[in-house]
Design a protein around this ligand. Structure first.
Ligand code: R1P
Ligand code: GUN
Length: 271
């Protein structure tokens, strides 16, 4: 923080292939993760591994261009709690991810506003808040029924409609698995029956830690591929398709997030 005058009010985490958001920031001050002491490294293609301070349409922000995933071998606490402490000093956290579509009404390229999540690793005792609780950050037993800020969801829906994104803007439930293998057909069918609209390998741990600290959270999933639900299908999930869809939708996703950032301030929901 000593190396930049920017005091961000909004933190942004970029999903796979969605790092272009960070490039929108003006007056950038950039730190490579490899230059930050004791910081994990990004090992996944599509995650640059840079912490970018700057202004987005005049609003001071800090952007993680690259996140950490459980399958990279980091302990769950490192995946989420090691997110830079400055991110957690922000009032708002905006997260993006790439996800497979389970909801049969979703198409590749749809943008899903996350209204809730299913924390599958959590069912097996893998929760980022496991271990001693630091009361300076938050309570031992944080509530998660209000994890995704409803006011921000409503605002994003309005912004999306104004931008003409109504045809591909959705809302739904994201389910996190640990990865790195993609799902079997039976797993996709099960997750869909359990109420998940999209499946991925990230975001939820960051949300849990952010809510523990009392941040207001907004998250978007880009549906980069259709989860395979049918034994007759020839489709195979792969990371190249994920990155390719990210490229195709990046412009709209970036416009949605940057407009949302200006409206957060305009609508005075900084409080
Ligand atoms: O969730 P993000 O980081 O966007 O990445 C998603 O895309 C990768 C798989 O293609 C996995 O890492 C999955 O979690
Ligand atoms: N688990 C999982 N993560 C993804 N990230 C992007 N697409 C997918 C997917 O189909 N499954």
């Amino acid at each position: 923080m000593a190396q930049t005058d920017i005091r961000p009010r909004i933190g942004i985490v970029c999903g796979s292939g969605l790092g272009g958001l960070a490039n929108l920031l003006k007056d950038q001050v950039v730190f490579n993760y490899r230059d930050i002491p004791n910081f994990p490294q990004s090992t996944v293609h599509g995650h640059a591994g840079r912490l970018v301070f700057g202004t987005l349409k005049g609003r001071p922000c800090v952007c993680m261009q690259g996140r950490f995933h459980l399958y990279e071998g980091y302990p769950i606490q490192k995946v989420s709690r090691k997110m830079p402490s400055m991110l957690y000093h922000q009032r708002h956290l905006i997260l993006t991810n790439a996800a497979g579509g389970l909801n049969q009404d979703f198409k590749v390229g749809d943008i899903m506003i996350m209204k809730d999540h299913i924390n599958m690793p959590g069912f097996a005792g893998n929760n980022p808040l496991s271990g001693p609780n630091d009361e300076r950050f938050g309570t031992r037993f944080p509530c998660m029924s209000d994890a995704y800020d409803r006011e921000l969801q409503q605002l994003a829906m309005e912004v999306g409609q104004e931008l003409g994104y109504g045809d591909f803007l959705r809302e739904g439930v994201y389910c996190v698995l640990s990865g790195p293998s993609f799902e079997t057909i039976a797993e996709c069918r099960m997750l869909h029956r359990l109420g998940a609209d999209a499946v991925g390998m990230s975001t939820v741990h960051e949300v849990i830690v952010a809510r523990h600290c009392g941040m207001r959270v907004f998250a978007l999933s880009l549906i980069t591929n259709q989860a395979v639900m049918d034994y007759d299908s020839e489709e195979k999930a792969n990371h190249e398709e994920v990155l390719q869809t990210g490229k195709q939708r990046s412009e709209q996703l970036e416009r949605l997030v940057s407009t949302l950032v200006t409206r957060i301030e305009h609508n005075n929901i900084y409080a």
